[in-house]
Ligand binder design. Structure first.
Ligand code: ME8
Length: 512
């Protein structure tokens, strides 16, 4: 199979990880796990963005130097990702020497190629966005994203001649219609380019917390110019050209729409300016938002660290995983379409948990173990070759494969739940618990066990721990992670003769 390089944004360490970060990271993790399952050589990268005014100010507010603050907060992200079972292959921190070296090499090339010039920057800056605005873009005199005051800045800076890349960017978009997805986001990026690009100030003298500019002491690079380069630092840019060529430019950047412009306009242009191919794919998803629902005080206390006004950014992932378990929260984050904005609510988690996990998957696992216990002495029979579930399983595998390739985990889950539904329906239609033990009961139970084995494989990128648990309960050796699809998902893989155990209920129904 091929190589698959996937990245998340590198998150700012001005504050703790929250549910919005978890949304992107869990989706990326499941996609990476799927690619491992189909045998791809996967490189899954995440990390933290540690320079810039926002982080420096945060450190100061906490009475710490920026590096100690970054160390402490970056460690909280690692802890959050370990807690969510995130299987990253590399964790990049922009304060690492390898990243400083790559930034200096990359932007050194852009400088040598004549795309950087000196000038005076005068403008309005929002520290929370780490971005500039024009008077017209402000809303009521404030930042249009945060509604907070902007700062007037004037300093001698180096500028990247982004304006020289309008035509090349448009040609690149034309030649690579799938580079930015979904199409609405591609159109948004094209609109920005067609609206006209201006040179961008890419260095600072007013700030010390950044990567030093190699050709002019006293300047550090602007945080976005340093951050975007992380993706290519991690594959050895400027250090290991062979490795870099193996992984670049066939990379998939998963981001939310807040940072579309940086990834779909600036970053491809920066690559062009450095003589590097732009990234092959940028997939832009929407926001996870609290819906219009009124949150009760108890829900609020459960969800938020501060109870004043609740945003997704107030919710620590661990608050939810402590309450529901890791896999149910992973499942919930994967179950809404990756693309549009999605409403998020406590009630929404409870009802999906009860419907999909307790009543469907959990019920299938429990009732199969019970009936195999009572009718087959706890020994799982082999599946029937001609079971109606065989076609349902093949359809689920094919639909899930297609969905993962489209970055549509929710469709992959829907396909998988289709198979769970078919297996439960077969049990309800044949009622093996009412029949005498014998070949007919064996055929039904063996086929349902085989469907469950395939469900377990399909569910493993989303709920790895649950998948390992079910695998063991139906008596299979090893773990689903060791299997390779599509071969191992072909009908007939459950050998029969294995001991099926009935453990504790996997997803006890929630009453809240
Ligand atoms: O922008 N819904 O870092 P950041 C969905 N350091 N996703 C959300 C979200 C929400 N409500 N809130 C955050 C930065 N995210 C830069 C990135 S990359 C070279 C530098 C996710 O900590 C989403 O992926 O502000 C979004 O793009 C990212 O967190 C922003 O994280």
């Amino acid at each position: 199979m091929g190589r698959f390089f996937l990245t998340t944004p590198i998150y700012y360490v001005n504050d703790a990880p929250h549910l919005g970060h978890a949304y992107t990271t869990v989706n990326a993790d499941a996609i990476a796990r799927w690619h491992r399952l189909v045998g791809d050589d996967v490189f899954f990268l995440t990390g933290t963005d540690e320079h810039g005014a926002k982080v420096a100010e945060s450190a100061e507010e906490h009475g710490m130097d920026p590096k100690s603050w970054a160390d402490q907060t970056s460690a909280r992200f690692v802890e959050a990702w370990r807690g969510l079972d995130i299987s990253f292959d590399d964790y990049i921190r922009t304060t690492e020497p390898r990243h400083h070296a790559a930034v200096q090499a990359f932007l050194g090339r852009v400088y040598e190629n004549g795309f950087i010039e000196k000038g005076i920057y005068e403008g309005l800056y929002c520290v929370r966005c780490e971005d500039y605005y024009t008077e017209e873009q402000l809303v009521g005199g404030n930042c249009p994203m945060h509604g907070t005051p902007v700062t007037h800045m004037e300093e001698e800076n180096y500028f990247f001649k982004l304006d020289e890349f309008e035509d090349r960017l448009l040609e690149w978009y034309e030649a690579n219609p799938d580079a930015v997805q979904p199409p609405t986001k591609r159109n948004e990026a094209l609109g920005i380019i067609k609206g006209g690009l201006r040179p961008i100030s890419i260095t600072r003298t007013s700030l010390r917390w950044g990567v030093p500019v190699p050709w002019d002491e006293g300047h550090v690079f602007y945080v976005w110019y340093d951050a975007l380069i992380n993706y290519i630092t991690a594959v050895g840019y400027g250090v290991d050209e062979e490795r870099c060529a193996q992984w670049w430019p066939v990379v998939h950047h998963l981001i939310a729409k807040d940072i579309l412009r940086f990834h779909t306009v600036w970053w491809p242009a920066m690559c062009m300016a450095a003589g590097v191919d732009p990234p092959a794919n940028i997939f832009v998803h929407g926001y996870l938002l609290f819906g219009g629902e009124k949150l009760s005080k108890t829900m609020l206390q459960r969800l938020a660290r501060s109870a004043d006004e609740v945003n997704i950014t107030d919710v620590a992932p661990a608050v939810l995983t402590d309450d529901f378990g890791v896999d149910p929260i992973r499942y919930h984050l994967l179950r809404s379409p990756l693309g549009p904005d999605n409403d998020f609510s406590y009630d929404g988690i409870v009802s999906r948990y009860n419907a999909d996990l307790a009543n469907n998957l959990g019920n299938l696992v429990a009732r199969l173990a019970t009936v195999v216990g009572s009718k087959c002495g706890g020994v799982g029979p082999a599946p029937a070759v001609d079971s109606p579930l065989a076609a349902a399983a093949a359809a689920a595998v094919s639909a899930a494969t297609d969905a993962w390739a489209r970055f549509a985990p929710h469709d992959a889950m829907a396909a998988t739940w289709g198979l769970i539904g078919a297996a439960n329906a077969l049990l309800e239609a044949t009622e093996p618990w009412k029949s005498e033990p014998g070949p007919e009961v064996d055929a039904v139970l063996g086929s349902a066990l085989e469907a469950l084995r395939i469900v377990t494989l399909l569910v493993s990128p989303a709920m790895p721990e649950t998948a390992r648990e079910i695998w063991g309960r139906v008596g299979l050796a090893g773990s689903p992670d060791e299997c390779r699809l599509p071969g191992d998902a072909a009908w007939g893989g459950y050998p029969g003769g294995l001991s099926v155990t009935r453990g504790a209920p996997m997803f006890p129904r929630r009453k809240d």
